[in-house]
Ligand binder design. Structure first.
Ligand SMILES: [Zn+2]
Length: 144
């Protein structure tokens, strides 16, 4: 199939209620990231899909330069979902998949903490949890 025809079909693909919820939440989180980096975030979109290897979130650069953020359907806690989304948006901001010093610096400044200093799996600290709870209140519960 022609690449552009395929992109056209993909662009027309309807988002699930969960993906719509995540997109709205992501737009709020994006502003937080941009405040820290001082730069507009690259274009991204989110899908909910099983990720191999037991990962809860994943990000990848698409051929057209946008970034695809994947959130695992096994996540059910809204705070954990948003903390995972924010983690992936840090990758989008850095355009890299690693968890080195640059990742740690930006993620920490946003309120993400690694387990035993391992930033590959991050959690919201208390002040971020509070912020995320406010977002969740605005958006309502994560759709089933
Ligand atoms: Zn990561």
């Amino acid at each position: 199939m022609n690449f552009w025809i395929m992109m056209f079909i993909l662009a027309g693909t309807q988002q699930t209620p969960q993906e719509i919820w995540l997109t709205k939440a992501g737009q709020i989180l994006q502003k937080k990231v941009e405040e820290k980096t001082g730069e507009p975030l690259s274009e991204w979109y989110v899908v909910v899909k099983k990720i191999p290897g037991g990962h809860i979130g994943y990000f990848s650069r698409q051929i057209n330069g946008t970034f695809k953020v994947t959130i695992s359907p096994k996540l059910t806690s809204e705070v954990e979902i948003l903390a995972t989304l924010l983690h992936e948006l840090v990758h989008v901001a850095l355009k890299k998949s690693g968890h080195g010093s640059k990742f740690k610096k930006l993620a920490s400044s946003l309120g993400l903490e690694g387990e035993d200093g391992n930033m590959g799996r991050t959690y919201a600290n208390n002040s971020l949890k509070l912020e995320l709870s406010k977002i969740i209140k605005t958006l309502g519960p994560y759709p089933e």
